[in-house]
Design a protein around this ligand. Structure first.
Ligand SMILES: CC(C)(COP(=O)(O)OP(=O)(O)OC[C@H]1O[C@@H](n2cnc3c(N)ncnc32)[C@H](O)[C@@H]1OP(=O)(O)O)[C@@H](O)C(=O)NCCC(=O)NCCSC(=O)C[C@H](O)C(=O)O
Ligand SMILES: [Mg+2]
Length: 301
């Protein structure tokens, strides 16, 4: 996907907050938060005995005026579980922007959900997101992400599930250990032109942890971070937004390439730095992000 297409389909996903569908108070709270997306969870944050009630509560909530205005995602239970098929039918009726599939192992998990949604006459605008949280998903990251490479496809976003990955791999949750796996998710998502969101910071009272992980995730190429607590929204929004300096530099790059004398030039020099047209594309993407942040901030006022 080229830069122009990326700009056209660009969506802000700096802060993607999980909210358990078993917690009515937290669900109500999502309407007042400035996160870019909320994932209402029917999976791991909901105990088995509460699954059916949580599904009904979520349906009523998302069809009410209390529904948040940001991008809204429903995480269902795995289709192979006893709740998955009912969750998918119910989620389609909740009119979310996307349905998040947990414990994806390979392309067939996405294709099954896609076919089931087609059979339910779900609109093509109803997207699928995939949790990347099993060793098989990491092995199959390229083929999974490739299902989203056509912009009309349902698959739109990969989410790192670092808690499950650590469990499955019997690894340490140290970011040094996770980094190569996280990069694998970014590489797969970027190869297909879809979004990639980092996993959660479990230490939700320590803002230094979430800020450090957001900075690292942004440097790796992630679009944003999944969050578990409202207090994590502000640092994620701030850190995944382009800085004033980055915006200024991007404007300088756009400006230098727009000069008549550079119309047929592929390489220019600016402040002692070589710039190619690929830097112009990067600058245009960054300016699109900055505009999206500005618009989001205006709508918060
Ligand atoms: C972690 C929590 C259990 C902490 O809850 P609590 O002790 O109640 O927090 P606070 O008292 O500080 O809450 C302050 C107010 O904020 C609301 N709140 C809290 N969390 C959320 C939320 N996630 N969304 C919306 N609102 C929230 C409280 O209701 C308070 O409201 P008020 O009193 O009106 O001011 C809790 O934060 C929580 O449950 N977090 C989400 C947990 C979750 O969803 N886990 C599953 C997703 S993570 C995952 O599965 C990762 C992945 O799959 C992997 O494998 O890695
Ligand atoms: Mg998980």
């Amino acid at each position: 996907m080229n830069a122009t297409m990326r700009i056209a389909s660009f969506k802000l996903r700096r802060s993607v907050l999980y909210c358990p569908a078993s917690n009515p108070k937290a669900m109500e709270k999502t309407g007042s938060l400035n996160c870019d997306a909320v994932i209402f969870d029917l999976e791991d944050s909901v105990a088995p005995a509460e699954k059916a009630a949580a599904r009904e509560r979520l349906r009523a909530f998302l069809l009410s005026d209390a529904r948040p205005s940001c991008e809204t995602v429903v995480r269902i239970n795995a289709l192979s579980s006893e709740w998955g098929a009912d969750d998918l039918i119910a989620a389609r009726g909740m009119k979310p922007d996307a349905i998040l599939l947990p414990k994806v192992n390979g392309p067939s998990d996405i294709l099954s959900a896609d076919e089931a949604l087609d059979e339910m006459d779900a609109p093509p605008t109803l997207k699928l997101w995939a949790m990347m949280e099993t060793p098989q998903a990491l092995i199959n990251a390229g083929p999974i992400a490739a299902l989203g490479s056509n912009p009309a496809a349902r698959l739109d976003c990969l989410i790192a599930g670092t808690n499950d990955l650590v469990k499955e791999l019997r690894a340490s949750s140290d970011r040094d250990v996770l980094r190569p796996l996280l990069m694998q998710i970014v590489v797969a998502a970027r190869a297909a032109g879809i979004a990639a969101i980092d996993g959660v910071a479990n230490d939700f009272r320590d803002m230094n942890v979430v800020a450090r992980e957001c900075a690292e995730a942004r440097a790796m190429g992630f679009d944003g971070k999944t969050l578990i607590h409202p207090a994590q929204v502000y640092p994620a929004n701030a850190i995944f937004a382009p800085t004033a300096r980055e915006v200024m530099e991007a404007r300088e790059i756009v400006d230098i390439f727009s000069r008549p004398e550079n119309a047929d030039t592929n390489v220019v020099s600016l402040n002692g730095r070589m710039l190619e047209r690929l830097h112009l594309e990067q600058a245009e993407v960054l300016l699109a992000q900055a505009r999206a942040v500005e618009e989001a901030e205006e709508s918060e006022e």
